[in-house]
Every structure is written in C-alpha cells, then in structure tokens.
Design a binder for this molecule. Structure first.
Ligand SMILES: NC(=O)C1=CN([C@@H]2O[C@H](COP(=O)(O)OP(=O)(O)OC[C@H]3O[C@@H](n4cnc5c(N)ncnc54)[C@H](OP(=O)(O)O)[C@@H]3O)[C@@H](O)[C@H]2O)C=CC1
Ligand SMILES: CC(C)(CO)C(=O)C(=O)O
Length: 307
C-alpha cells in the first residue's frame, strides 16, 4: 500500500514516521521549506514519550513526483486545505482514498467538493505534537490515536489494509464504524479546549478548577453538541458532560494547538473550530453565542502576528 502524507508536521510527521517504522506501507511525505530539507538530509526525529528516528525517507515538495497513491492522508493546517487539495489532484486516481485527519468538521466538506464521495473516508487524529525544529517533531504527552472509517459505517478492505499498516507501526489505530460521530466527538472536546485555553490563555488545569470558567467550558461544548444533533449526528443530549470528564482526566498543563499557535504568533484555526460551530449553527437556526464570542475575541489574532 502506498501512502502519501500531505503535510508532514506535528500530525503527518508523527504518524508518517510510525508508518515508516512499521514497514507495511510505502510512505511518501509531502513537505516544504526547511522542514523538507532537514527531512531529506536527516530523516524525521520524533522526541517525547515514544522517541523514534526514521531516515532514508521518500520526501518531496511536489506530489507529481509520486507515482500515484492508494491512500492520501491530508494533514495540513486548515487554512492550507484548499491549496493542498489542488496539489494532491495528480496523485489521486480512481482507486485512491483520501482521508483528512485535520481537526474540525468542515474539512470533509472541502474534500467532498473536490473528489467523488466513494474515494473519501473519515479520519480523526489524537496526538499532541509540534514541529520543534526542522526535521524534528516534539510529542508532549503519551496520547496517540488514529481513527478512520467509511462514512457508510462498513468495514472495508481498504480500511482493514490501512489499519494493518498503522498497527504494524505501533499506532493506536481503530477502524471505526461510526466515523462521523467520532469526528464530532473530537470536535466537541476540541472546540471547548481550544476556545477556552486560547481566550483565557491558560492550560486546562486552572480552567476546569474554577467554577466560572468550568461552566464556560461546559456551555461552549453544549453548543457544539446542539449543533451536531441539529445536523443529525448521533450525539447524546448530555454529551458535553461526558467530554467534561475527559477534560478532567487530562494532565492539568495540557492545552490546545490553537493556544500554542497564539503564543507563537501563528495563524489560528478558529474560523473552522468555534467559527465552524457558528456557521453550522446558523445553517440550522441553533444559537451559538459563546462560540461566536470566542471567534470574535480571537478575530484580530486569527491571521497571526504578535501574540
Ligand atoms: N499537531 C497536533 O497535535 C494535532 C493536529 N491536528 C490537526 O492536524 C492539522 C495539521 O496540524 P499540525 O500537524 O499540527 O500542523 P503543522 O504546521 O505542524 O504541520 C503542517 C505541515 O504541512 C506543511 N504544509 C502545508 N501546506 C503544504 C503544502 N502545500 N505542501 C507541503 N507542505 C505543506 C506545513 O508547512 P509550513 O510550516 O511551511 O506551513 C507544515 O510543515 C490541523 O488541522 C490540526 O488542528 C489534529 C490532532 C493533533
Ligand atoms: C486536543 C488535541 C491536542 C488532541 O489531539 C488537539 O487536537 C489540538 O489541540 O489540536
């Protein structure tokens, strides 16, 4: 199985390196800039709880140099999605499967407008990683999990083949029969985590301990659940409470990638996270005042600049 990884940073670099390590797939990385040069010279080094160094990688800036792919994993930041979709078109033949492991729920709408539905599977990535230096990915915390599946809930041969390649590399992977719900389950948690940590500028520990900010976190997630249910996603009505339990279980110093991006003066994915909730809520007449406030508060930071 040939797997092309579009965007080889925190998400794509981490899971791509594990796929290389597993040896059950022919892995091709698409990268750019100094990170690409470092990957060519020294391979990819993963630092953290599960250190790994893989060398001799197939890496290119130009997907046309890859002779097609069975699976394309889309792993760029959300603002790069449309450009990345255009770049991978030459890689995507009639037998290719494209899976986005990006955050949020709007990502699959972009894919659906670019490729036939039968060529798409859904995906969710749980990991906390960042590019620490060109060619180096830092993992903070032991969490690492990939979920993917057919949108119609079937267990397909292509899903099983990808699962085998992931498991060979030590990825905690699961072939889901309810991938749309899984995508939304992560969305509920992530919108709560990213919206609160980035606006309050604190990790989850103090936010969940203070009654006022804890209630804010819960209510932000309740809005996401209400929007998901209005769109027909099978989330229980009290699902925000379940995700609050997850927020209680993670390390107190855990924060979101969006908070990290704010601290570094990077662009923010807020338009697709809290902003996505507002957009999807408006489409169904579901009020989302807290997510709107988060999107508005962060609007002047969304394009990056000084933190
Ligand atoms: N990292 C994490 O812990 C997790 C991230 N996610 C989600 O995954 C997605 C990716 O995040 P993450 O991996 O952290 O982001 P990163 O910025 O670490 O990695 C993305 C990489 O893709 C590169 N890239 C973007 N466009 C292209 C292109 N056209 N050609 C070649 N390379 C390209 C970027 O280059 P450049 O730097 O030059 O822009 C960067 O190196 C986001 O939606 C994020 O929310 C989900 C779960 C966990
Ligand atoms: C919450 C986390 C770290 C889980 O993967 C994440 O996806 C993010 O912060 O973007």
């Amino acid at each position: 199985m040939r797997i092309a990884i579009m965007g080889s940073g925190g998400l794509g670099g981490f899971f791509g390196a594990r796929l290389v390590r597993g040896g059950a797939a022919d892995v091709h990385f698409i990268a750019r800039g100094q990170h690409l040069e470092a990957m060519r010279r020294n391979g990819l080094r993963i630092e953290g709880p599960e250190p790994l160094h893989v060398t001799g990688l197939n890496v290119t800036a130009d997907p046309r140099e890859i002779d097609g792919a069975d699976v394309v994993m889309l792993c760029v930041k959300l603002w790069d999605t449309e450009a990345a979709i255009d770049q991978i078109r030459p890689l995507v033949g009639p037998q290719t499967t494209v899976i986005s492991f990006q955050n949020g729920v709007l990502k699959d709408q972009y894919l659906r407008s670019a490729f036939p539905a039968q060529q798409l599977m859904g995906g969710v990535g749980y990991v906390a990683t960042t590019i620490a230096a060109p060619g180096v990915i830092a993992q903070t915390g032991p969490m690492q999990r990939l979920l993917f599946g057919e949108f119609d809930g079937s267990r397909s041969a292509r899903g099983e083949a990808l699962l085998a390649a992931c498991l060979a590399g030590g990825i905690k992977a699961e072939l889901s029969t309810a991938i749309l719900r899984e995508i939304w389950q992560k969305y509920v948690f992530l919108v709560g985590l990213s919206g609160t940590t980035t606006t309050i500028r604190k990790p989850i520990g103090p936010i969940r301990s203070d009654p006022q900010t804890r209630a804010f976190l819960l209510d932000v997630m309740r809005e996401v659940v209400a929007v998901g249910r209005a769109h027909g996603v099978a989330l229980p009505e009290d699902y925000a409470q379940v995700r609050l339990q997850l927020a209680d279980d993670v390390s107190p110093d855990m924060t979101s990638s969006m908070h990290h991006d704010l601290q570094r003066g990077n662009r923010l994915e807020v338009r697709w996270l809290a902003g996505g909730v507002v957009e999807l809520g408006a489409a169904k007449g579901v009020p989302t005042p807290l997510n709107r406030a988060i999107a508005d508060i962060l609007a002047l930071h969304a394009e990056g600049g000084t933190p």
